[in-house]
Ligand binder design. Structure first.
Ligand SMILES: Cc1cc2nc3c(=O)[nH]c(=O)nc-3n(C[C@H](O)[C@H](O)[C@H](O)COP(=O)(O)O)c2cc1C
Length: 128
């Protein structure tokens, strides 16, 4: 899903796109948009992603006004992307307008197309 989001986000104007499996909290401040892909485990967000936002908060990283979105694969409840978006919106005052993009287990072609469309929309929104 993340690779498809990146495919969609690339080649839109002069937007630089980075796909990372690990990000330091300090580095979050350099991005205009942050799109988090997260599975749901035990009705929750994986600890690595929580820790990332905890550290960003503890270190006073300012994410206000940056674009945020979240997507992910799940099995039966799929809370994690919504929870990440709530952290982005309520804790960091980020600009979160997209609904969470969810898929059950393995994304099919139609979901991957939705991922590309999400990436493209976000990049286009940054060009305005
Ligand atoms: C230990 C464990 C706990 C899980 N808990 C949940 C859950 O609470 N809700 C849910 O929707 N899916 C749950 N799942 C299913 C995963 O979200 C699903 O398999 C997802 O596709 C995992 O994505 P990943 O392979 O990218 O980590 C769980 C899976 C495992 C192995």
């Amino acid at each position: 899903m993340a690779k498809a989001v990146v495919e969609g986000a690339k080649n839109v104007g002069k937007v630089d796109v980075e796909l990372s499996y690990f990000v330091e909290a300090e580095d979050l401040g350099q991005f205009d948009a942050i799109l988090v892909g997260t599975p749901t485990y035990h009705h929750d967000v994986p600890i690595d992603i929580k820790t990332l936002f905890e550290e960003a908060s503890a270190r006073g990283i300012n994410l206000k006004g940056k674009t945020g979105a979240a997507f992910g694969s799940y099995g039966w409840s799929g809370e994690a992307p919504k929870l990440v978006m709530e952290i982005m919106k309520n804790k960091f005052d980020m600009n979160v307008t997209e609904p969470p993009l969810l898929t059950k287990y393995v994304p099919d072609q139609s979901t991957l197309e939705q991922c590309r469309a999400l990436g493209k929309r976000i990049s286009e929104s940054l060009m305005r």
